[in-house]
Ligand binder design. Structure first.
Ligand SMILES: Nc1nc2c(c(=O)[nH]1)N[C@H]1C(S)=C(S)[C@@H](COP(=O)(O)OP(=O)(O)OC[C@H]3O[C@@H](n4cnc5c(=O)[nH]c(N)nc54)[C@H](O)[C@@H]3O)O[C@H]1N2
Ligand SMILES: Nc1nc2c(c(=O)[nH]1)N[C@H]1C(S)=C(S)[C@@H](COP(=O)(O)OP(=O)(O)OC[C@H]3O[C@@H](n4cnc5c(=O)[nH]c(N)nc54)[C@H](O)[C@@H]3O)O[C@H]1N2
Ligand SMILES: [Mo]
Length: 768
């Protein structure tokens, strides 16, 4: 049977846009109403209430929405969740099913014509499914046959390095630990993960400067901070529970400075949806200083701020910088200051688009206060200079001695709910030798030492035919990665592509010669193994490890837990060669935790402590102000250069961002409520001056063309929406615009796709 190529991109069809007023604040009763309507629609009222009651409670399950921490001591009476957490749970606990008859009804090619929204709404996967070579439809297969098929493909490879083992960040600690153990026993470090596209730049910057790739603050530091800077982050949508922490900080007098090309409503005003008293009234204004930087203007802005601080310090020595801290705890100060002193303030001001007056205002705040927390997310990491951006934040905090003391520090706000834990468990293509030594010692084998492929390198390797089996533990590799058409070609070249998933996504449709979908339990579901019901553990953005236990009846009796899938796969692939008792591990997760305790420091008495209410903190040197583990033995100042984007006329810098109605590539709905855009995702947000200069009308239909090293990539049919965004900048939604992000455009040092600084032109489509 010959087949047409299935579309790698969502169809370029419009869904009926309506522009509404932009929200002046976030959450409040409307958020509750919308949360409940998603639950009602997907899950039903009774089951829905049960799920919400368990969400983020001490004996419930961890919200799959984001990695924002729960309060240590107390949880809200009804539940500790937000609108988007409720949507994430509704999506997982849905009663709709994509069972074998669904796949009989719809060919892979036909599903390729569905939008991501339609795919997301197709329901939970219920059976392992196989797409045989040359066939048009997935068909059910037994678990044993599925494991045998993967094992025989893996064992037929010329080298273990020809297989790629991807992980998305929802995977529990237990599953992640076993997965990396299996992959290393198989013989490769090809363990790319979603972090490569996310906070890799933060990890690289923080590790080099402070000695740990994680943030330094805890939730209660927000209660003591005097200044909280939120850079390149949209918590109203992506970390809504962070707004409660910001509100509390505001009420105790903290300044909140928001640095963003967009005035995100969620950061402007907030009414706590968990607090009915807050539903009436005006809410709390959060942002006290809105710094509307140009895209990728952050480094210039920070440098300009520090330049002004330095001039003040020179005038009144000892009044601005914390010299004792600098002397005792840091390295590289003199070199840093020499470079800083040569900065050109007006050039920096021009390149970030912020007036010297406003920069001075921010610098004054920084001069006055040292209890400063800087929070950031994708707006800083996904640039060519993503690592430098974060190193510049570290410089600012070091000048003030603002790391390792109460109310101050670094706060990279993580994405996926266990992305930080997965890395702690060893999901990394560049594992440290000490980690591998411990792993080898504990499990009596010799793990490979050569570094593996990260996400971008994996795509290149598959494209070149250097790797030909792709295994995805969760996630949606095709749609989450850059350069959609190139990545699709890479996946199509594989002999076998496998996805462990809860729901159908586009990665199931763009496949190798053969393809498997392995359905797994979700967080909210009961995980019953031989020794009884199991729980798993996760690590949040602030290094707290806690347990998560679902209680719903699984949506199908044919699901396996991620742990069971890894164990089944390991047994089939490694056979009797393996030194690990995989079966025992799968039957009782306490045994996995015993293994984790032996290999990874900070997990002493793991099985005991994880059972305690609220879990426990992992050790974090920076929290204590100890920087002894860096290569200099001190916290490192670094010299970083601000990016300069010289864009020709008609060229723009594009950022790809999330709407209020999606979880990465899972599309919950078609609205971006806070930004006033309803029922459409194919939009490009543009400054009205730029529109006028190019004679583009509101809702005009355009193609977007990206330009990189003489290469062009095109994304068809977007609608123009005038928006309060700096001139020369545009914004589109991820994943529709990923086709424009060149694989070669990545951050220095972290290799993170620079999906927030893509150079594009906007071409009017004539006959629409
Ligand atoms: N509901 C929901 N929650 C989520 C997710 C989701 O998709 N939906 N995704 C999860 C994941 S994996 C992650 S990583 C996080 C993502 O959380 P965010 O990082 O908040 O997500 P983005 O939408 O990518 O938003 C980036 C923000 O940075 C701004 N920005 C873009 N470029 C720049 C720049 O150059 N400088 C500055 N200063 N700002 C810039 C954008 O305007 C936007 O406000 O959220 C997590 N939580
Ligand atoms: N252009 C652009 N690209 C980006 C970004 C951007 O801002 N702009 N952001 C990047 C970031 S920050 C990230 S983190 C990545 C995200 O990349 P991924 O993590 O790969 O993508 P997701 O969309 O989160 O994955 C969704 C799929 O995960 C599966 N899933 C959900 N829950 C579970 C579970 O419990 N177990 C298993 N096994 N599967 C599950 C479902 O089948 C669902 O379809 O995308 C990156 N890509
Ligand atoms: Mo992420």
């Amino acid at each position: 049977m010959s087949k047409k190529k299935t579309s790698a991109q969502p169809p370029a069809k419009f869904t009926g846009i309506q522009l509404r007023e932009i929200a002046t604040g976030a959450a409040g009763p409307k958020a509750v109403k919308i949360a409940l309507s998603h639950i009602k629609e997907e899950v039903g009222v009774l089951k829905g209430m049960k799920v919400l009651k368990m969400l983020n409670q001490f004996d419930g399950f961890d919200c799959p929405g984001c990695a924002w921490p729960d309060p240590d001591e107390k949880r809200a009476f009804l539940a500790e969740y937000c609108e988007n957490g409720a949507k994430a749970v509704a999506e997982e606990a849905t009663t709709k099913k994509a069972d074998p008859s669904f796949f009989t009804q719809h060919s892979v090619e036909a599903l390729g014509e569905w939008s991501d929204y339609e795919l997301s709404k197709s329901g939970r996967l219920t059976h392992p499914m196989l797409l045989r070579e040359g066939e048009t439809h997935y068909r059910a297969i037994s678990w044993t046959d599925a494991f045998d098929l993967i094992a025989s493909e893996l064992n037929a490879l010329g080298s273990p390095d020809e297989a790629i083992f991807y992980t998305s960040g929802r995977t529990s600690n237990e599953a992640a630990f076993l997965y990396q153990l299996f992959v290393r026993q198989f013989g490769t470090n090809n363990l790319p993960d979603c972090s490569n596209m996310c906070h890799e730049s933060s990890g690289a910057a923080l590790d080099a400067t402070l000695g740990i790739g994680k943030g330094s603050v805890r939730l209660d530091d927000f209660d003591h901070a005097k200044v909280i800077v939120v850079m390149g982050q949209n918590p109203g949508t992506n970390h809504p529970r962070m707004l409660s922490a910001l509100r509390k900080a505001r009420e105790s007098g903290a300044h909140i400075v928001t640095v963003n090309p967009l005035p995100e409503s969620g950061l402007m005003n907030f009414r706590d949806p968990q607090d009915p008293i807050d539903w009436v009234g005006q809410g709390t204004d959060l942002t006290t200083e809105f710094v509307q930087v140009k895209i990728n203007g952050d480094l210039a802005f920070l440098k300009a701020t520090m330049y002004i601080m330095l001039q003040e310090e020179k005038k009144n020595p000892g009044t601005v910088f914390d010299h004792e801290f600098i002397r005792n705890k840091t390295h590289g100060y003199d070199k840093f200051i020499t470079d800083l002193d040569e900065a050109d303030l007006s050039e920096l001001s021009e390149s970030c688009g912020i007036s010297i007056r406003q920069i001075t205002r921010f610098a004054q705040l920084m001069i006055k206060h040292d209890k400063v927390i800087v929070c950031w997310a994708m707006g800083l990491t996904q640039h060519k200079n993503g690592v430098a951006n974060i190193q510049e934040i570290v410089n600012l905090l070091l000048l003030k001695g603002s790391i390792g003391r109460p109310g101050a520090g670094t706060c990279p706000v993580r994405g996926h709910s266990n992305v930080q834990g997965d890395r702690t468990m060893g999901i990394w293509e560049k594992p440290r030798p000490e980690f591998l030594d411990k792993l080898d010692e504990t499990f009596a084998f010799k793990s490979p030492r050569e570094h593996g492929f990260d996400v971008v390198e994996s795509i290149a390797a598959m494209h070149k035919g250097k790797a030909s089996v792709f295994f995805g533990m969760g996630g949606n590799f095709l749609s989450a990665t850059p350069d959609t058409e190139f990545t699709a070609e890479a996946l199509r070249q594989c002999r076998l592509t496998v996805h462990v998933s809860t729901k159908t996504n586009r990665s199931h449709l763009i496949h190798g010669k053969q393809a498997l979908i392995l359905p797994c339990l979700g967080r909210s579901e009961k995980d019953q193994q031989q020794s009884g019901n199991q729980f798993v553990s996760v690590e949040n953005s602030m290094g707290v490890v806690s347990r998560s236990m679902g209680d719903l009846t699984p949506c199908s009796p044919h699901l396996l837990s991620e742990v069971a899938i890894v164990c089944g796969l390991a047994r089939a692939t490694l056979g009797s060669q393996s030194s690990v008792a995989w079966e025992d591990m799968a039957s009782d997760y306490d045994r996995i935790r015993d293994g984790i305790e032996k290999v990874i420091s900070g997990f002493d008495d793991f099985n005991l402590r994880v059972r305690k209410k609220g879990g426990f903190y992992l050790p974090n040197n920076t929290y204590q102000g100890d920087f002894g583990s860096t290569h200099t033995g001190k916290a490192n100042f670094t010299v970083n250069q601000a990016a300069r984007h010289h864009l020709a006329k008609g060229r723009y810098l594009m950022m790809t961002i999330r709407t209020h109605d999606q979880y990465n590539t899972t599309v919950y709905g078609l609205d971006d409520r806070y930004r006033g855009i309803s029922n459409e995702r194919r939009v490009v947000l543009m400054n009205s001056e730029d529109m006028a200069n190019q004679q583009l009308a509101v809702l005009g239909v355009v193609d977007l063309v990206s330009h990189f090293n003489g290469e062009k990539r095109r994304a068809e049919r977007f609608l123009i929406v005038p928006y309060n965004i700096p001139q020369g900048n545009v914004a589109t939604y991820f994943p529709e615009a990923n086709v424009l992000v060149p694989l070669g455009l990545t951050a220095d040092k972290s290799n993170t796709p620079a999906s927030k600084s893509v150079e594009v032109s906007v071409e009017l489509v004539k006959d629409t």
